[in-house]
Design a protein around this ligand. Structure first.
Ligand SMILES: NC(=O)c1ccc[n+]([C@@H]2O[C@H](COP(=O)([O-])OP(=O)(O)OC[C@H]3O[C@@H](n4cnc5c(N)ncnc54)[C@H](OP(=O)(O)O)[C@@H]3O)[C@@H](O)[C@H]2O)c1
Length: 234
């Protein structure tokens, strides 16, 4: 996958910056997306890449970013939909504005990013979409009703997309982690301590695995990961 072009959303911190770090080390040409430009620059640490700051809920920004990536690097091979927002709220307290914000970020934006990227991914010999869902794509936890709905939707979307584009040469995968030690988990699961948690680098390793296997005959549609302190198959 040397010199392949990859877009990473939410690349300014947490899981996204760990994925960027892993892909920098493999000489990927990276396009870093996120709202906070300073955070994206911290991820880049002066290395050659494309930093495009903006809100993925803004359609114009998404379209601009995908087209800019292709203009600068001449194509697109991998899209990693990592940006997302969590919540920890009683159902009755959630406003419809908050519902829209979470669904727009976690579902609509990856949908549009795929829509914009797929014409280019189809031209690649290794077109790949990796969507970062969550254990909540399969389960429902109290206080996370919209988050769970959004990640169920992202998983369902990826299942359909992967079938539609498999014969067209593009693979779409989902990684569904449990608690990863980032800023997000401090909001969504304030009850958890750092002990026995998944690390952002573990998710980056999982991304590397999927990309290394890209042209093999063995395909992992979804990879579920749980923290050490959780029982297996729960
Ligand atoms: N941490 C966990 O326990 C866990 C578990 C399972 C799945 N996940 C999933 O993993 C992904 C990454 O989460 P994380 O733990 O690394 O959280 P994080 O540290 O909070 O990072 C989330 C990233 O998403 C970006 N983002 C959010 N809204 C955006 C928007 N509207 N436009 C552009 N960028 C936006 C943020 O960028 P800015 O800061 O620049 O706004 C931030 O870099 C998420 O999809 C999350 O649902 C996390």
């Amino acid at each position: 996958m040397k010199n392949k072009v990859c877009i990473i959303t939410g690349a300014g911190g947490g899981i996204g910056s760990a994925i960027a770090e892993a892909l920098f080390s493999l000489d990927f040409k990276l396009v870093l997306m996120g709202r906070n430009e300073e955070k994206l620059k911290n991820t880049a640490k002066g290395r050659d890449c494309l930093i495009l700051s903006g809100d993925i809920c803004d359609d114009k920004y998404v379209k601009y970013a995908v087209n800019k990536a292709v203009e600068v690097y001449g194509g697109l091979d991998v899209l990693i939909n990592n940006a997302g927002v969590a919540q920890s709220q009683n159902f009755e307290d959630i406003s419809m504005e908050e519902y829209d914000m979470i669904m727009n970020t976690n579902v609509r934006a990856p949908f549009l990013l795929c829509k914009e990227a797929l014409p280019y991914l189809q031209k690649s010999d290794s077109g790949t979409v990796i969507n970062i869902a969550s254990v909540t794509a399969h389960k429902g936890y109290a206080l996370q009703s919209v988050y769970a709905a959004s990640k169920h939707a992202l998983l369902g979307f990826t299942k359909a997309l992967s079938k539609e584009y498999y014969q067209k040469g593009v693979r779409a995968h989902v990684i569904s982690p449990g608690g990863v030690f980032t800023d997000m988990v401090k909001i969504s699961r304030p009850d958890l301590s750092s002990d026995g948690m998944i690390l952002p680098e573990d998710i980056a390793e999982t991304v590397l695995y999927l990309l290394k296997m890209r042209n093999s005959a063995c395909v992992a549609d979804e990879i579920e990961l749980h923290r050490e302190t959780k029982e297996p198959f729960m």
